[in-house]
Design a protein. Sequence first.
Lengths: 157, 431
Amino acid sequence: MDSLADRVARFLYLEADLMDEHRFDEWLALWNQELLYWVPCNADDIDPSRQVSLIYDDRDALENRLARLQSPAAHSQIPRSRLRRVLSNIVITDQGESRVQASSNFILAESRHHRQVIIGGKSIHTLIDHGDTLRIKEKKVLLINNDDYINNLSFIV
Amino acid sequence: MDPITKQPTLFNPEELVTEDRAHSAIYTSEEIFELEMERIFHGSWMYLGHHSEVPHPGDYQVRQIGRQSVIMVRGDDGTVRALMNRCSHRGMAVCEAEEGNTRFFRCWYHGWVYGNDGELQDVPKENGYGETFDKSEFGLKPAPWSADYRGFHFVSLRDPGISVDEYLGSAKKYIDPFLDASPLGEIEVLAGVHRTKYYGNWKFVGMDGYHPHFTHKSVLDMWSRKQGTNLGATHRGDPFADESGNLTRDMGNGHVMLDFYPGREQHYDTYLEGLLAKPGGREYLQAMEAAHGREEARRQLIWAGDPHAGIYPNMQLINIQIRIIRPISASETEILMFPALLKGVPDEINATRLRHHESFYGPAGTGAPDDAELFERNQVGLQNDVDPWIFLGRGIDRQTRDEAGDLVGLVSDEVTQRGQLKAWVKLMAKS
């Protein structure tokens, strides 16, 4: 039996590959039915009811986002960004009954239109542990440049 | 015209913009861009910020006006000033943070200290300047022309030759709905900012009712899958159809808008039904009716706080956002989008407005990145000069004037682009 830390790491590596390769349906399948996908803007700790985020998706909004990305008219992803990210510093930060919170750092390289962009950040996943599988209930992504001018963040981080 | 290339001579603006065409050099030439910086961005009324961004004495925001750094600061006396971010001694920027609260601006080079009203308060070893030295002459220089309309603060660094009041003209009555969606008639611009950039000319950020069916096809398809989840801007139906009743409007001085009022009015009943079903919706309607009366509340809810207007050259009011356009070069532009919260409404209404904004706008929105992508393709295409003219003649034979004197066309007509370029010629021709 793998340790919880091993299972979480393997799950996050799988998620990273699915995001890098734009495998949207498989990525969505990693999520819990009720979900929050949150990328704060301007700072890491903001009040989403009073302050704007880059992404604050519930299931409906996330399904819309992924449906749009698969449209033949999603111009900002035609051609798609070429992506590859490296995950590290995976730490289990909290653990409850069938619930685990993990923090991880990433460096993401994006190449598109002859421009390469490097983005760094920290992800905080709240996962539901079903024993045989993990599902993402919440994912909060803290981009180190969330207070800077960004050209195109229409791929999945 | 140049006798060899048969191209317009740089620089005569009247040769570069005709009644229904524009020469691509106005989007690609760095020489023209330098003139735009001087004559438009340093030489005419520019939007700086909203007073609600600096609610307390000492609060400040630093903004760029063209290439110049300007501090919008509320002094201890409560007055909002626009101060040039430059020490009167050797010219250092005295404010290094983008925003904050302070009683003093200190230049860390030689220690000169200014109050938050700009007055020079302290000069180390002042006696070295002799007896004639007068501190009152060495304060931070205010932007020489500076005024606000309902808290929207405008500055000009050279003589604009016209007051803000005259400059805004008939556009003022379309700025009002942005504030009057609040029962108190007030907004709060403290919800942060989306910062985006694209590699294209600043003038592409137009006000275009012709592009959504194509540029935003992926979003319109998404909305039609789930009717009723779409933006307040559009309410119901297809707001970009010529049959929608919606209009393009040229209010003069480059101020233009997509006027969605007629289309929204037709769909008001279903809109209201949707609003009442939302958390806080009923309380919001009641607060609006109590503040404005029933008829006016209805009118403001039809506007939905969205003038969809461009205040030339650097400001737009679109849905819930105040947008600032910041040109970097002929082929690079930064955009700031400030979502405004409404004062005096239930928290859930503001939260819903933020979620609608995020779904479309910002670098991770479902709409704005596609605009940026198309602007970048536009910049590539305009490098081709075999035929260097772009065509902006849509609706030119069917535009009319309304009783206020605005030029009006159908929602897909290029009334707005022509209106902006008329102002461009006028400002650029100014010597």
